[in-house]
Design a protein around this ligand. Structure first.
Ligand SMILES: Nc1ncnc2c1ncn2[C@@H]1O[C@H](COP(=O)(O)OP(=O)(O)OP(=O)(O)O)[C@@H](O)[C@H]1O
Length: 246
C-alpha cells in the first residue's frame, strides 16, 4: 500500500520562462496535517494548482495516492479524492447551512433535486454530524448569508468534508478573521486531521503554531526547509527570507 497521499517529483512550472515552481520535490503521508508557509510569490498557490491539475508541470510529475495525474483533467483528479478550499468562501448565501451541506453530501444529484427530493436517513444523519463538527448546529436553518465570515469558512470546510475527500487542500483559511474565529478554524482542522490528510497554506504564524506538526517552507518555487514549527522558526534561512520580514 502506498503510504504517501501526495508527491511532487522534481516539479517545475514555468510561466513564459519564469519558474513559479523550480524542481520542487515534496511528499506527505496519508493522515498527515502539513502546513506550507513562505513569502509572497514563493509558489504556494501554484503548488496547490499543480496538485489539483489546474496547472500542468513543465517538468516533473505529481502523484496522488501513488497515481501519476499527468493525463487527467482537473475534475477527474478531484474525483480521485481531492477537495480544495479557496481563500474566499464559496457557499450558497440564500440557502441555509443545512441545505448547503445536503447539496454537497449528495453530489450525484443537482442542486434542485438535492433540495426538493427527500434525503435518505443516512444523508440526514451525515449532515447533522457535519453541522456539529463545524459548530453550526444552532445556526443550521438560517440563511448562510447571515453567517459571519469565519462561520462561512467553517461551513465551506464542512461542505468539502461532506464529499469525503482523501486529501483536503486549504488555502489561507484565516485571512481576515478575528482571533476567536481563527482559533475555531484551527480547532476544526485539528479535529478533521484525526481522519483526513490535510495540507494548509497559511501566513498567520500564530495560527500555524496552533495547528502545525510538520511545516514546509517554500521559497522561490522550491522547498527551503522542513521540520517542526520550532525547527523552522529557528532556521536562519527561514528567518532571513520570511520570518524576519513579518
Ligand atoms: N499564470 C501566471 N502567469 C505568470 N506568472 C504567474 C502566474 N501564476 C503565478 N505566477 C507567478 O509565479 C510566482 C508564484 O506565484 P504564487 O501565486 O504561486 O505564489 P504564492 O506563494 O501563492 O504567493 P502569495 O503568498 O502572494 O499568494 C509569482 O511571482 C507569480 O507572479
Amino acid at each position: 500500500m502506498n503510504t504517501k497521499i501526495v508527491e511532487t517529483e522534481n516539479v517545475t512550472v514555468s510561466f513564459d520562462g519564469f519558474k513559479a515552481l523550480n524542481h520542487l520535490t515534496f511528499s506527505m503521508d496519508v493522515g498527515e496535517l502539513r502546513v506550507v508557509i513562505g513569502p509572497n510569490g514563493a509558489g504556494k498557490t501554484t503548488f496547490l494548482d499543480v496538485i489539483t491539475g489546474k496547472v500542468q508541470p513543465t517538468e516533473g510529475r505529481v502523484l496522488f495516492k501513488g497515481k501519476n495525474t499527468k493525463k487527467l483533467a482537473e475534475h477527474q483528479i478531484a474525483r480521485l479524492g481531492i477537495g480544495r478550499k479557496f481563500q474566499t468562501p464559496r457557499v450558497y448565501l440564500n440557502l441555509t447551512p443545512r441545505e448547503n451541506l445536503e447539496i454537497t453530501c449528495n453530489r450525484r444529484k443537482d442542486v434542485f433535486s438535492s433540495l426538493f427530493s427527500s434525503s435518505s436517513k443516512d444523508e440526514k444523519h451525515k449532515v447533522i454530524g457535519l453541522l456539529e463538527t463545524i459548530g453550526l448546529s444552532a445556526k443550521a436553518d438560517i440563511a448562510a448569508g447571515l453567517l459571519s465570515h469565519g462561520e462561512k469558512q467553517r461551513l465551506e470546510i464542512g461542505m468539502l468534508v461532506g464529499q469525503s475527500p482523501d486529501l483536503l487542500l486549504v488555502d489561507e483559511p484565516v485571512a481576515g478573521l478575528t482571533d476567536e474565529e481563527t482559533y475555531h478554524i484551527g480547532e476544526l482542522l485539528l479535529a478533521l486531521a484525526q481522519s483526513h490528510s490535510i495540507l494548509v497554506i497559511e501566513h498567520d504564524m500564530e495560527f500555524v503554531r496552533q495547528i502545525a506538526r510538520q511545516v514546509t517552507v517554500l521559497h522561490e518555487g522550491s522547498v527551503l526547509c522542513e521540520g517542526t514549527i520550532e525547527e523552522v522558526q529557528n532556521d536562519p534561512r527561514v528567518i532571513e527570507v520570511y520570518l524576519g520580514q513579518q
